[in-house]
Design a protein around this ligand. Structure first.
Ligand SMILES: Cc1cc2nc3c(=O)[nH]c(=O)nc-3n(C[C@H](O)[C@H](O)[C@H](O)COP(=O)(O)OP(=O)(O)OC[C@H]3O[C@@H](n4cnc5c(N)ncnc54)[C@H](O)[C@@H]3O)c2cc1C
Length: 325
């Protein structure tokens, strides 16, 4: 028996884990996503003969519930361990990064686990939800692309970054205004470089401190990647935020100059650039999720749970459990 009809806006890992769990609990769930498909910031860019994970680079699993999910993904072969040689660059010195953490990546691309979760869910892609209204106890959504969505929903869940939740719902609930207003999210300029040959550098991934760049990774060193030799370079959050409106040419020039300093000369590489307006950040107190039972309106997402992939998945999962009888 169907219990409730629930709309979820956003199909990143939080929205998807929430939807899967709600469906298990017997609810009817429909997801609305502004992009062409699911995955959100756990995504992969593709060209004719290359791919690059340009959002989340890898994820770790510490909570027993998420560890179970990762085991399932490993069995389904949509996730694998990634064991790159990682170095750290700080004050012009290189050191080897020592850590016992297990790092997982989607295979053959970072977005595969999200696509796996989305299988069997009702997902409306290319629907930017830009207005919400309530009538006779039902939620109604308006899409920028197709206008009013006829179906009403008992409950509404916003699984989108804090600043976007603020824009959509701050006028509906002062708590949402307060919580989403403190999401502290920062942007990230990301550069993707393709080479004819593997560059001669002494690392497959690097954490970089006190430079424009904060992370460099050889995408081609991740399991099951094919196509051109591909690298991802991410600028640090503070620099990205300060220069979020800078044009792509200047951003590219500055990031490439820093990459050269790190020994990664991209002069011969084919380059593309992506701007993440809301990449990372979280509320100071990790609420996990937020729900207003009177309004039947809830929020989930990484930003409510410490940031990162694991936090996003857990946020959606725990919110869904609020809908158990
Ligand atoms: C550059 C970068 C590097 C990162 N590196 C790592 C890492 O190495 N390890 C790690 O664990 N995490 C990393 N993260 C963070 C990780 O990607 C996120 O924590 C996680 O993917 C967030 O999932 P989410 O579901 O909360 O949000 P999102 O993935 O952002 O999902 C929200 C979804 O909502 C959609 N949406 C937004 N507004 C609307 C609207 N109005 N209507 C319809 N749809 C809407 C968006 O298109 C998106 O698909 C990184 C993120 C970035 C950007």
């Amino acid at each position: 028996m169907i219990k409730k009809t629930i709309a979820i806006v956003g199909t990143g890992l939080a929205g998807l884990s929430c939807a899967v769990r709600l469906k298990e609990l017997g609810h009817h769930v429909e997801l609305f996503e502004k992009s062409r498909g699911a995955a959100g910031r756990m995504s992969t860019k593709r060209g004719e003969d290359w791919t690059a994970d340009h959002g989340a680079q890898y994820f770790t699993a510490r909570d027993p519930l998420f560890i179970e999910q990762v085991k399932t993904w490993l069995a389904e072969q949509v996730v694998a361990l990634w064991t790159p040689e990682i170095k750290v660059f700080e004050a012009n010195q290189w050191t080897t990064f020592q850590s016992q953490d297990l790092r997982y990546v989607g295979t053959p691309a970072m977005n595969t686990p999200a696509k796996q979760l989305a299988k069997g869910l009702v997902l409306h892609a290319s629907q930017t939800i830009d207005a919400l209204s309530q009538k006779d106890g039902q939620w109604f959504l308006h899409s920028a692309e197709t206008g009013d969505i006829a179906q009403g929903f008992d409950d509404l869940i916003l699984a989108i970054p804090g600043p976007q939740a603020f824009t959509l719902a701050q006028h509906l609930d002062p708590n949402i205004q307060a919580i989403a207003g403190q999401s502290n999210m920062k942007g990230c300029w990301t550069l993707m470089a393709r080479f004819e040959h593997q560059p001669k550098v002494s690392f497959e991934a690097a954490f970089v401190n006190q430079e424009i760049i904060s992370w460099v990774a050889r995408n081609s060193s991740k399991p099951l990647r094919t196509g051109l030799e591909s690298w991802t370079i991410q600028a640090n959050p503070l620099w990205s935020q300060e220069f979020i409106e800078l044009n792509k040419e200047d951003v590219t020039e500055r990031i490439l100059a820093c990459a050269k300093k790190l020994g990664l000369d991209c002069a011969e590489a084919e380059i593309s650039v992506h701007r993440w307006r809301y990449a990372s950040g979280a509320t100071t107190a990790a609420l996990g999720f937020y729900t207003n039972p009177t309004l039947q309106l809830s929020l989930c997402g990484d930003w409510l749970n410490g940031g990162r992939v694991e936090g996003a998945w857990l946020s959606g999962y725990h919110l869904a459990n609020q809908f158990a009888e």
